[in-house]
Design a protein around this ligand. Structure first.
Ligand SMILES: [Zn+2]
Length: 168
């Protein structure tokens, strides 16, 4: 993963919050994909999250390095936001979810729809092919549910995501 550079001059609030999500992504111990998310309302962060194993579940090397084990146990950044909000009585209805560096997957999209998130903002990086189907499904659901998805131009390129061979 490339080092975290501070934004030279964030041009917009969308970019600022994407950089915030990027910072939380860097906290992930996932060896393959580091994703961060912040839910925002009125230019304030309500909750933040990154992908990882659930609270109290040991993130041992054995679990993190085995792809199947890791994928089956990992809480995605967006779901971590929703779970933390539920635990702390934070209403996410009408909020915007900023996710770095990937589009929300279809599973997270279904949860964000249920949480009444108003919009999703992601950087406009080229999306890894192996998740394209899930991202497309997520976009399809968001259109149907009336959730706006914005792709924001960012400097640089996708980081924190290792290209893995597609496993069928
Ligand atoms: Zn997800």
């Amino acid at each position: 993963m490339s080092s975290l550079r501070p934004p030279r001059s964030p041009k917009s609030w969308d970019q600022r919050f994407l950089y915030a999500a990027r910072m939380f992504a860097s906290w992930s111990k996932d060896p393959s994909t580091k994703v961060g998310a912040v839910a925002v309302r009125d230019r304030r962060i309500l909750v933040e999250g990154y992908n990882g194993l659930p609270k109290g579940i040991t993130d041992s090397d054995i679990r993190l390095k085995n792809r199947d084990t890791r994928l089956s146990m990992t809480v995605h950044a967006e779901m971590n936001c929703v779970a933390y909000a539920a635990r702390n009585g934070v209403c996410l209805a009408g909020a915007t979810m900023y996710v770095w560096p990937l589009m929300t997957c279809s599973q997270c999209a279904s949860v964000l729809i249920q949480a009444d998130i108003a919009s999703i903002v992601v950087p406009d990086f080229v999306e890894p092919f192996r998740w394209q189907e899930s991202f497309d499904k997520a976009r399809e659901m968001c259109v149907e549910a009336g959730i706006a998805v914005h792709r924001i131009p960012m400097e640089g390129s996708i980081d924190g995501v290792e290209e893995e061979p597609v496993v069928k």
